[in-house]
Design a protein around this ligand. Structure first.
Ligand code: EPZ
Length: 424
């Protein structure tokens, strides 16, 4: 088991290029189940979750080979339609094979994704959407068992108690592209990763209107062909580096990101008093006096992303004043609070909100990563905290950040990966 050792670092400075988006490449890999042809996916990040998805695809009869950041998929003909518990429990995004398997093979058996540290994550809307396309879906022995000789287009609503669903939209969209007739999806998620998936499907020959809007109109087609696609940049990785730059009072340029993908985060940075410059393919932060408090409310895109909530909380821990961070997507997504308190932060929990009282300095300590974004927040806090911070269980970070310590070190961070002899 490994850990990241982070020492208080000078203001970060320089340029960092973001990798391809984890949350785009995962459903795009699942979408290759919809064709009998090979596909090429470029700029695919080398992450633990992507390797897990490659294993799952292989179990489902699609061989995926990596050369650098390019993935090539080709059906092997050995088509199993079961996504086993052992894989799905390690990565919820595996659920996105449900729609394409059902649409292409008429059957799918996918383990019910278990619990998650960020809170309850039901898939009732996925099931509701697929049933609306005519699928017979039962839950048996911890598995979602779906059958449908032929899916039929329909009008359906995908909204839920917290707004739209990202992977739910992906699942239903991937099912609808091969369904008979027209499907209208209301309250579809508009995240850039959903748009990227839709673009990939259109390249394969799918007929989709309204991409990027909450209303998607899909004309089912008989078959889809292979294609080549470059994955969009990872806006959450970009936002993480911007928050790290701001927290250390540094000047950091994140390259390879279209500013429009981070509007809400950029606005929050400006409210916090950071100078933000935007160009065609970059965003740059630089200091502009002290860090001010603000209110952050997570919302579906284009609102403030819940996947940047923890990182911005770490930033607000060293602002001059009282901030309020409210989670409107995962009301319990605050496991990182207890670890930030270990670093001498002052945070009070109140229902779906956390009240962050800025402190002049943090104090380094051993802390435990609990999930992907919480671990990124602990690394940011470690860069600011006096002394040394050991971020344990760093495997959480490797799920979604490609070589983060190398990228941070290139910006001047004092950080290194070490074996963790104390780890259980
Ligand atoms: C995607 O998860 C992302 N994962 C998450 O990123 C991200 O936090 C989330 O969207 C929200 O932006 C991937 O894309 C692989 P949702 P997803 O369905 O699709 C509720 C990361 O750090 N809901 O949009 O699972 C749900 O409980 C990860 O990279 C239902 O009630 O999220 C949540 O409160 C973490 N019923 C809300 O909707 C359903 O059937 C949004 O969830 C589905 C969802």
């Amino acid at each position: 088991m490994e850990k990241l050792v982070v020492w208080q670092s000078p203001p970060l400075s320089g340029e960092v290029r973001v990798s391809g988006a984890k949350n785009a490449v995962l459903p795009i890999l699942a979408a290759t189940l919809l064709t009998d042809d090979p596909c090429t996916i470029e700029d695919a990040p080398d992450l633990r979750d992507v390797s897990t998805m490659m294993d799952l695809m292989e179990a489902l009869g699609v061989k995926v080979e990596r050369s650098g950041s390019t993935l090539r998929t080709r059906p092997t003909g050995q088509a199993g339609s079961e996504a086993p518990y052992d894989i799905v429990r390690t990565m919820r995004a595996s659920i996105t094979v449900l729609g394409p398997l059902l649409a292409k093979r008429g059957e799918a058996t996918v383990s019910f994704p278990g619990g998650c540290t960020i809170g309850p994550r039901p898939v009732d809307i996925h099931i509701r959407g697929l049933r609306a396309l005519g699928a017979d879906i039962q839950v048996e022995e911890g598995y979602i068992v779906a059958r449908s000789p032929k899916l039929r287009g329909n009008r359906l609503f995908l909204g839920g108690p917290f707004g739209s669903t990202v992977t739910g939209t992906a699942n239903v969209l991937m099912a609808a592209v091969l369904a008979e007739g027209r499907t209208i999806i209301e309250s579809a998620a508009c995240e850039p990763e959903v748009v990227d998936l839709a673009r990939f499907l259109v390249r394969m020959g799918a007929r989709i209107r309204g991409v990027g809007s909450p209303r998607l109109e899909v004309e089912g087609v008989a078959r889809l062909h292979g294609t080549t696609h470059r994955v969009i940049p990872d806006r959450i990785e970009a936002g993480t580096f911007l928050a790290a730059g701001a927290a250390t009072g540094g000047e950091v340029t994140v390259r390879g990101i279209a500013p429009g993908m981070l509007t809400a985060a950029v606005e929050a940075l400006r409210e916090i008093g950071v100078k933000v410059e935007e160009g065609a393919d970059y965003v740059r932060v630089s200091p502009n006096g002290g860090l001010r408090p603000t209110q952050v409310v997570t919302l579906p895109y284009p609102g403030f992303p819940t996947d940047l909530q923890a990182q911005f909380m770490a930033l607000l821990c060293v602002s001059q004043g009282i901030s309020v961070v409210t989670e409107k997507i995962y009301p319990e997504r605050f496991v990182h609070v207890a670890e930030l308190l270990r670093l001498r932060a002052q945070i009070l929990r109140e229902g779906p909100s956390a009240i962050v009282v800025g402190v002049p300095w943090l104090s380094g300590a051993p802390v435990m990563a609990s999930d992907l974004r919480a671990s990124a927040a602990l690394v940011i806090a470690g860069l600011v905290a006096r002394g040394r911070t050991d971020v344990k269980r760093v495997y959480h970070l490797d799920r979604g950040y490609e070589r983060i310590e190398d990228k941070l070190r290139a910006l001047g961070a004092r950080i290194e990966r070490q074996d963790d002899p104390e780890a259980p």
